[in-house]
Structures are given as C-alpha cells and as structure tokens.
Design a binder for this molecule. Sequence first.
Ligand code: 5GP
Length: 114
Amino acid sequence: MTDSIFTKINKREIPSNIIYEDDLVFAFEDINPVSPIHYLIVPKKQIPTMNDVQEDDKNLLGHILITAGKIAKEKGIAEDGYRLVINCNKGAGQTVFHIHCHLLGGRLFNWPPG
Ligand code: 5GP
C-alpha cells in the first residue's frame, strides 16, 4: 500500500499543524476548515475506509473517539457541543482514503447534515 497523504503528514513529509500524537493516533488542523475548530483524528495504521475495519481494530476505533472527546474538552468546545464525522467512501464525501474522524466545533450545526 502506498503512503496516504495522512501517513505522509505523520512521517512529517508533508507539513501540518499536529496538535496531538500518541502510539496509535495523531491529530492535526484540517487544511480546509469548515468550522472555527476543525481537527482530524487519524489512526497511524493506514485503513482505507470504514468498510475495511476489522474486529481487531475495536480498541483503535474506541481510542479515536476518546481522543476526539479529550481534544474537544481541551479546546473548550465540549460544553457548547461539537460534531464528530467519519465519511465512508465517495457517496459520503470521503476524499482521503485513510480513515479519519473530523472534530468540528465553534459554531452551530444543522441536522440532518447536508
Ligand atoms: P474526507 O473528505 O476524506 O472526509 O476528509 C478529508 C479531509 O482532509 C478534508 O477535510 C481536507 O480538507 C483534509 N485534507 C486533505 N489534504 C490535506 C492536507 O494535506 N493537510 C491537511 N491538514 N488536511 C488535508
């Protein structure tokens, strides 16, 4: 598998503003934010889409969500509220085929999403 854009960011081959990193995941500012706060939480393991996750990835997926919640608290958006989004495949708007969780905050969000 060739390196995704996000793996290249993790390897510091592509510059980005990384705000969090541990053994399993890293998080950075989205280059094209759709809200005042827009981070991407990405597993270091390169999994193309949510269709490709396995039972073995349970801990990793839980860790992504827990990390997103911690970052939301740190950034002061937890009380007002925030949205977590994982797009799966082109029909949902996925453009980078390395799973990632969008953490969106700092404004009101409509429901249903567009
Ligand atoms: P998707 O559409 O796949 O759910 O989300 C991909 C996200 O990655 C988009 O919001 C896009 O702006 C962001 N993105 C794509 N390339 C880069 C990049 O090189 N650097 C950063 N920081 N974000 C990127």
